[in-house]
Design a protein around this ligand. Structure first.
Ligand SMILES: Nc1ncnc2c1ncn2[C@@H]1O[C@H](COP(=O)(O)OP(=O)(O)OP(=O)(O)O)[C@@H](O)[C@H]1O
Ligand SMILES: [Mg+2]
Length: 609
């Protein structure tokens, strides 16, 4: 265990899910959970007060039962037997019935109020997680695997829901019932109350033992279950690579191992019940026996009435019966707490690329991009761009080439503000991207990558992604401009083809054409293409040259491409190496020279013949 991480590493949940926390870390995590709980409950506090009030009254009515019986046996029944006066007995029976029915009715009402509360909390939490994870910066998503995000939204929410739906009612009403019962017993016969209080010591020790052990087991179980989900999601998202490299047997082993671990942890926590429940029963039996014995002696002495003894015994038994339930739900309470800890961790992550507090509006961007002495690295210990300066005038088309890992995509991500530089600034028309209004930033700068993700929906929907109010004519014009219209019209339903349905499945190159149309329609002042032509074959790349010229006209463009044919349409070529620009000139001038680009170009020329 290390204590060097302190609270900082707790707030940063991007590390592994762990089960070994130092004391300060645990405290910080608990506070974080409580903060979240407070925020969730705050808007519902009056409903909560109502639910609690209903619960208190109904519990009091239920606890009144044995006391009424005692009164009936001690006072009312003797009157019926001696004076044939049945009125007190009838009255007591009536009150007993009323208390029972009233208590039951209130419990019913409480169930409805509590259900409304828990559903409101769940709705709030679910939307919070979605909105927040969506808002978090790319940096978070690159390190927090999708499997872990999925388990936050699924299994963690489920365990919180389980607790709220069933467990919490039992827990709160059980504890309240126990407390009221103990109070009533003290009032009725303090000596029996004392016996119960003495039994409370082993009870307390037993419950503490159970609580500690099951908490540990449940924390572990959450960690392992998250690993099982991550493994499953990773395998299924990477199923093509799994099959291509015959990774199935290895996956089987690993998944089998994790599932086995999960079973073991669960077994361990279930085995705790094997000690806990018999222990509870024994304590309960001793307490009842003690009250019965001491009470019996006093009855014989005439110091205690039989009715009071009966009520005392009933109270002691009643005291223990909800405690078993409470212990059962301690488990779901454990898992819900663990889940809440993780969820609150995600919800307290701050976007590393925050929206500006006082945004600058840029109504019409010209597209002048500048890197001013930018220093950037993904991690503190490794700089990718060391003191990088670059001026791209509005309207210029730049081709960015360089070896793998040179930092080309990094540069593109900085222009799109997926990351912020650690020193210096990236500006658009002289405005630091950090102070630009997010809507202006997204409208002005668009990056198209090789990924070309298609969302479920029609082809037209996918093209209109950056301009949801586009008319069908505009969508078609955009597709035509980049040469995507021919293949789209040949799809089963043309522009209305669902991209997730059979027949709507498009090839990688077609996906890229759709994403070009998407970019064309969005009409940004600055367009970045990162390897975006990689999936296009040579004939369609020739077609794409003219399409690209249409796409790039009248805007600033940064094209990152390994294929040198794409470079010819650029006004200016930048050759990048280890985060620095080593050559910067017009394509013709570079080809005529003797630099790196000239070598690359002649090698490429030769490969063509
Ligand atoms: N998300 C990331 N976290 C940490 N390091 C990264 C991340 N992305 C890239 N890097 C590192 O930054 C360096 C530059 O990567 P970058 O993706 O910018 O290269 P590139 O020039 O685009 O290469 P390629 O031509 O292969 O696409 C690489 O050394 C890489 O290891
Ligand atoms: Mg790259």
């Amino acid at each position: 265990m290390s204590s060097t991480g302190g609270t900082a590493s707790v707030a940063g949940t991007t590390g592994e899910d762990r089960s070994d926390y130092t004391r300060e870390e645990s405290r910080a995590i608990r506070q974080r959970s409580l903060r979240l709980l407070g925020a969730l409950v705050d808007p519902l506090r009056w409903q909560l007060v109502l639910a609690l009030a209903v619960l208190v009254v109904s519990t009091a009515l239920r606890v009144a039962g044995p006391a009424l019986i005692a009164y009936g046996l001690n006072t009312a029944l003797p009157q019926a037997m001696q004076d044939a006066d049945w009125m007190p007995t009838i009255a007591i029976v009536g009150i007993y019935l009323l208390a029972g029915i009233g208590g039951a009715a209130l419990i019913g009402w409480y169930a409805v109020v509590a259900a409304r509360l828990t559903q409101a909390v769940m709705l709030d939490l679910r939307t919070r997680i979605f909105l927040h994870t969506q808002r978090l910066s790319l940096e978070f998503h690159e390190s927090y695997t999708s499997g872990r995000i999925i388990s936050r939204q699924t299994s963690d929410l489920d365990s919180i829901r389980e607790l709220l739906d069933g467990g919490l009612n039992e827990l709160v009403s059980g504890v309240l019932y126990g407390a009221f019962t103990f109070l009533a017993l003290l009032l009725l016969d303090w000596q029996s109350g004392l016996i119960l209080a003495v039994a409370g010591l082993p009870l307390y020790l037993l419950m503490r033992w159970f609580y500690r052990n099951s908490q540990r087991a449940y924390r572990e179980s959450r960690v392992v279950s998250a690993k099982v989900i991550v493994k499953f999601v990773e395998t299924m998202t990477g199923i093509r690579a799994v099959k291509a490299f015959r990774k199935e047997p290895r996956n089987d082993d690993e998944f089998g191992g994790l599932s086995g671990q999960y079973r073991d942890v669960n077994m361990r926590s279930l085995r705790l019940f094997g000690t806990f429940e018999p222990g509870m029963m024994a304590v309960s039996a001793f307490a009842v026996a003690g009250v019965l014995l001491w009470g019996g002696l006093r009855v014989v002495d005439g110091a205690l009435l039989v009715g009071t003894l009966l009520a005392a015994v009933l109270y002691v038994r009643n005291f223990f019966s909800p405690l078993q339930e409470v212990a059962m739900f301690l488990n779901s309470y454990q898992s819900a707490t663990a889940a809440l800890e993780k969820v609150s961790g995600v919800l307290e992550e701050e976007p590393t690329v925050p929206d500006p507090a006082r945004p600058v509006d840029l109504w019409k961007a010209a597209g002048h991009v500048e890197f001013r002495d930018v220093v950037f690295g993904y991690a503190d210990d490794r700089t990718i761009l060391p003191h990088f300066s670059l001026d791209i005038p509005a309207g210029q088309t730049i081709a960015l080439v360089g070896t793998t890992g040179a930092g080309k995509s990094t540069l593109a991500k900085l222009v799109s503000r997926f990351y912020d530089p650690s020193h210096g600034a990236v500006t658009l028309d002289g405005v630091d991207l950090r102070s630009l209004h997010p809507k202006d930033l997204r409208r002005a700068i668009v990056m198209v990558t090789q990924e070309a993700y298609l969302f479920s929906g029609t082809v037209a929907d996918n093209i209109a992604l950056g301009k949801p109010d586009a008319t069908f004519e505009e969508i078609r014009a955009a597709a035509r401009a980049v040469g995507a219209d021919t293949f789209i019209e040949r799809l089963p339903d043309g522009y209305d083809t669902d991209v997730n349905k059979r027949g709507g499945r498009v090839s990688a190159g077609q996906r890229q054409l759709i994403s070009f149309a998407r970019a064309f329609l969005a009409d940004p002042a600055v367009l970045i293409l990162d390897e975006a032509t990689a999936s296009l074959d040579i004939p369609s790349e020739r077609q794409i040259q003219s399409a690209l010229q249409t796409l790039l006209a009248d805007r600033t463009a940064i094209i990152i491409a390994h294929r040198l044919s794409t470079v010819s349409i650029a006004d200016r070529v930048l050759v990048m190496e280890h985060g620095r620009i080593i050559e910067d000139d017009a394509p013709a001038a570079l080809i005529a020279g003797t630099g790196k680009f000239a070598q690359l170009h002649s090698a490429w020329k030769q490969s063509l013949v």
